[in-house]
Design a protein around this ligand. Structure first.
Ligand code: NAD
Length: 464
């Protein structure tokens, strides 16, 4: 598998037609931009923090319903374990590649550091289309993939969780497979996002969306967007109507927002007066799509992103807002429920237009935070009540949102000082001076995270 597979946007016509869309290359670009604001980092440490520590690729056979045998490819990447065991979801999607999983694993490292949960970053994925597979085929894929990973996952080494097209049922199979092959100990903490009756945490299913609501509420409450101090009465558009987006739509609506448009992989629906979300959910459950829901008008997925609204929640997948469509976004605030939904070119366009973006490593970190709570409950053989879980989640999200907003202010207030440090380094050590310009919230969050991981790396010391 080549490290970089450059993709092109088929529909793009402008200068962004050949924008880099490989998620791993994007993650590296984001990292490099953040590293420029950390001129004091020990030389060479940057490379260690940037590269994934381990990439496992498995090719394995699965017996299909018709008796034939099909090969599947799965990956598990451990990016960094300095701050604790690797943590990250498992995704089942036809487009899964080793590079995508590398990017997602590195974002997990930074997310856990922003939230200050004691985990490192990891991620997994199997290239498959669950919509074309039976439930028992998905179960056999899961069991075979987890068996193949063997001791490369474990309650104190690398702990999976749900991601796109995997859910509590998938996590139950993961637990069962690991427990069958590692009998005689408490294996519940090997995976999070389990069903509640077998060690899952109350509130985990809703945690990513709820965390997004808490972080958005906090950021708006601190005056991030002029004239939009709360979610109440805000108009909201949600791309992706799955675990993150579907629940975010409900929770934002419960908090007084008006959800005027939602989409899934098959289409999008709008209603300017506000969607009847229980009806949309029911329709999706019955037909597999949001499109065609009574009381809504259809629009294309691309058009949905361009609707004028207060808050746009991106909760589908990578590279949805790019150089070719970012100038048409008409939201006042964007929250990244998905991982990597915006490219660096889009980041720059939105920043220049004054549209604040709450980055993925903060906005969707509620999931891993409650996964951490689940892990603690499993180790301690406890079950916390929902109010306790949500209360702790809110505290973590608020503190982290404050930390990122304050870091942005701090960095933007010390651009000259940072530039001067690079000028000195250029003079004394001949290093190249990176451009130092005002930072957005993504770069601020990354600077916070990279600084924290670097600090612990140095405290532990480089082995041996
Ligand atoms: P999911 O499988 O439950 O839902 C994904 C939804 O996105 C589906 O409704 C699907 O139809 C829709 N979708 C896919 N492609 C689309 C497209 N091009 N346009 C519009 N909709 C599209 O997955 P999920 O768990 O909700 O994950 C969504 C995103 O959130 C992913 O980026 C994932 O990595 C991220 N995330 C998930 C969690 C979690 O706890 N599940 C935590 C953090 C981040």
């Amino acid at each position: 598998m080549p490290v970089s597979e450059e993709l092109t946007i088929k529909t793009a016509t402008g200068p962004a037609a050949h924008e880099e869309l490989n998620p791993y290359q994007i993650a590296r670009q984001q990292f490099d931009r953040a590293a420029a604001y950390l001129p004091d980092l020990k030389s060479g440490l940057i490379e260690f923090l940037k590269r994934p520590g381990r990439t496992i690729t498995l090719e394995f056979p699965v017996e299909m319903e018709d008796g034939s045998v099909r090969m599947f490819t799965g990956h598990r990447v451990l990016h960094n374990r300095v701050r604790g065991p690797g943590k990250g979801g498992i995704r089942y999607h036809p487009d899964v590649t080793a590079d995508e999983v590398r990017a997602l694993a590195s974002w997990m490292t930074w997310k856990c550091a922003v939230l200050d949960v004691p985990f490192g970053g990891a991620k997994g994925g199997v290239a498959c289309d669950t919509k074309k597979l039976s439930q028992s085929e998905v179960k056999r894929i899961t069991r075979r993939y987890i068996t193949g990973l063997g001791d490369d996952i474990g309650p104190h080494t690398d702990i999976p969780a749900p991601d796109m097209y995997t859910d509590a049922q998938t996590m139950a199979w993961i637990y069962d497979t690991y427990d069958m092959t590692h009998p005689g100990k408490n294996n519940l903490p090997v995976v999070t996002g389990k069903p509640v009756d077998m060690g899952g945490s109350l509130g985990r299913r809703e945690a990513t969306a709820r965390g997004c609501l808490y972080a958005t509420t906090r950021a708006l409450g601190r005056g991030l967007v002029k004239g939009l101090s709360s979610v109440k009465n805000a108009t909201v558009v949600v791309q992706g109507f799955g675990n993150v987006g579907g629940i975010a739509a409900e929770l934002f609506q419960e908090s007084g927002a008006r959800v005027i448009g939602v989409s899934d992989s098959t289409g999008a629906v709008v209603n300017a007066r506000g969607l009847d979300l229980p009806q949309v959910t029911q329709h999706k459950k019955r037909t597999g799509a949001v499109a065609g829901c009574p009381g809504t008008s259809p629009v294309s997925g691309e058009e949905l992103l361009e609707i004028e609204c207060d808050i746009l929640i991106l909760a589908a997948m990578e590279n949805q807002v790019r150089g070719d469509n970012a100038s048409r976004i008409r939201a006042r605030f964007v929250a990244e429920g998905a991982n990597g939904p915006m490219t660096p070119a889009a980041d720059k366009i939105l920043f220049d237009r004054g549209i604040a973006v709450l980055p993925d490593i903060l906005a969707n970190a509620g999931g891993v935070t409650v996964s951490y709570f689940e892990w603690v409950q499993n180790i301690e053989n406890e079950q916390w009540d929902l109010a306790e879980v949500n209360g702790k989640l809110e505290q973590k999200m608020n503190r982290s949102t404050d930390g990122v907003l304050e870091m942005q202010q701090r960095l933007n207030g010390s651009l000259e000082e940072i530039s001067a440090k690079w000028a000195k380094l250029a003079q004394t050590k001949g290093v190249e001076r990176p451009p130092i310009t005002p930072v957005d919230l993504r770069t601020a969050a990354l600077v916070l995270a990279v600084g924290r991981v670097a600090q612990v790396t140095l405290e532990r010391g480089i082995w041996p």
